[in-house]
Design a protein around this ligand. Structure first.
Ligand code: F6R
Length: 361
């Protein structure tokens, strides 16, 4: 079943050009360059409340940046286990959205049910289309990742991100924030993702080389800004889960508010640095890390300006439109965790203490 691959995780990482393509096609039309009209009236919404756990929570946070930026639609994202017990104050006109691969995660399902009981409209972004959440929610927003066997989520994550970015564009159009010309551009950009993900898969040799050192680390910091911040947290989660190395994802701008105290020669920092309008700010944070002797692994396009100082290693990611950077940069995050775990000899597909579907809280 794994074919030419050593692990399901490796196979699933390589399936992403297809799984993202299938998911985008659910929401966007390549030929007309238009987002498909959705069952929900985005123009009538005042807010989106997303609940999710783990990797799905990070995908949702990437979605939040897009809903606010492209659709001007306020969006909150919360870990389901907190949301369900804290009596959140919700306003009418809020769409509650559960994001989940399995559609069975106990806390996420409970959060969704609670919102429904409050009278909110509900939707579920799920990969298992017959799951409890799919049945519970009024609107089913499917991802098309196909069955995911590896316990550490990879292709389900990028499918969730692809669905949420597409829905953000659809919402922007419905709310009059995106005109027909911009819509065509954004749809085109999204459909470039499968090809650019395939290109990012070519980073494997470069990433593999870096993990020889990374596997020796006890702690690793992941940094990013904008949508690269939740992706940094996802990268840290992936590394923790399968290599058992302690890792934290931080917003690069938070570095000097605490985590910089951790920096020393033995603590590598992985930075997600696409060449966007925040690049210079991230680069200056990395300069501070390097100046303190911290090894830096910079995931950045080849065209990005070089940092000064020793200890900075770069792996080159494809140039890509800002909208799809989280999809493209997810690949080096996954490969980094995967090769580090292989290097350490851990059980990649069945990490200790973890279950694929968490149906009890
Ligand atoms: C991480 C991972 C978990 C799940 C989380 C939610 O690699 O797989 O963090 O993302 O347990 O699961 P679903 O998406 O099925 O609700």
């Amino acid at each position: 079943e794994k074919g030419e691959y050593r692990h399901f995780m490796e196979k699933e990482i390589h399936e992403q050009p297809d799984s993202v393509q299938h998911t985008l096609s659910e929401y966007l039309d390549l030929v007309s360059g238009k987002a498909k009209v959705q069952a929900v009236d985005f123009a009538a919404l005042s807010r989106i409340q997303i609940v999710a756990c783990g990797t799905a929570f990070y995908a949702a946070q990437i979605g939040r940046y897009a809903f606010e930026k492209y659709a001007g639609l306020p969006c909150d994202v919360e870990i389901a286990s907190e949301f369900r017990y804290r009596d959140p104050a919700l306003s009418p006109g809020t769409l509650a959205v559960a994001v989940s691969q399995s559609g069975e995660t106990a806390d996420t399902l409970a959060g969704l049910k609670w919102c429904k009981a409050q009278g909110l409209k509900t939707a579920a972004v799920v990969n298992v289309h017959t799951s409890s959440m799919a049945r519970e929610a009024e609107i089913l927003w499917p991802t098309h990742a196909g069955p995911e066997i590896g316990v550490a989520s990879t292709k389900a994550f990028t499918a969730q991100v692809a669905a949420l970015l597409s829905l953000a564009v659809a919402a922007g159009v419905a709310r009059g924030r995106i005109d027909a010309v911009q819509e065509a551009e954004l749809v085109k950009a999204l459909f470039e993702a499968p090809r650019l993900i395939a290109e990012a898969l070519q980073m494997d040799a470069g990433i593999h080389a870096l993990t020889l050192d990374l596997a020796k680390a006890r702690d690793v910091l992941f940094l990013g800004r904008g949508p690269m911040f939740p992706l940094a947290m996802e990268g840290a989660l992936k590394l923790k889960e399968i290599s058992y190395i302690h890792a934290e994802g931080y917003a690069a701008g938070e570095l000097k508010h605490g985590p910089i105290a951790l920096i020393d020669e033995a603590t590598p920092t992985v930075a997600l640095a696409p060449l966007d309008d925040l690049f210079e700010k991230t680069a200056s944070n990395l300069q501070e890390v390097a100046a303190r002797g911290g090894p830096v692994i910079m995931i950045t396009p080849e065209t990005a300006p070089a940092l000064h100082g020793a200890g900075v290693r770069r792996v080159h990611a494809p140039d890509c439109p800002a909208l799809i950077a989280p999809l493209v940069y997810a690949v080096p995050m996954q490969l980094l965790a995967y090769y580090t775990a292989v290097q350490k000899g851990t059980d990649v597909d069945q990490p200790r203490n973890l279950a694929k579907s968490v149906t009890v809280e």
